[in-house]
Design a protein around this ligand. Structure first.
Ligand SMILES: [Zn+2]
Length: 136
């Protein structure tokens, strides 16, 4: 199936790349690998834009030494309450705009997300493709 990444997430990655051009990309990702594909994950292109599946999640590697501090980026994203955000996972915590909105909760998934943060955006095209600069 044809797939693409949500435009808002490509923009976020470009903004972070501009801020931290030498950052590690070791834990970056958009479309799911085999492990993701077996689970319910926004890394799977389950959101349909016509015949094209849209990946509505991104992972950005934590690399504070090279200017990409996931903790700081996540703080900025949370503070913004950006309407595109569905949920964020970082450092064993999850915060959602949908479930218990904007309350930091323990994240007990298999991967504690200490090497990257995860951002999912909402499945409406007006939001996931919105190319308004992120507050990072
Ligand atoms: Zn992820």
């Amino acid at each position: 199936m044809a797939w693409r990444t949500a435009k808002s997430l490509i923009l976020l990655r470009a903004q972070i790349d501009a801020l931290a051009p030498h950052r590690s990309r070791a834990s970056d990702g958009t479309i799911g690998d085999a492990a993701h594909a077996a689970q319910k994950s926004d890394h799977n292109p389950w959101v349909m834009d016509g015949a094209v599946g849209v990946v509505t999640a991104i992972d950005i590697t934590h690399d504070a030494h090279n200017g990409c501090d996931a903790g700081k980026l996540v703080e900025q994203l949370i503070a913004s309450r950006d309407p595109r955000i569905k949920y964020i996972i970082w450092n064993s915590q999850i915060i959602s705009a949908v479930n218990k909105p904007w309350q930091l909760r323990a994240y007990t998934g298999k991967n504690p997300h200490t090497h990257h943060f995860h951002l999912s955006v909402l499945p409406e095209r007006a939001l996931y493709d919105l190319e308004h600069p992120w507050p990072v």
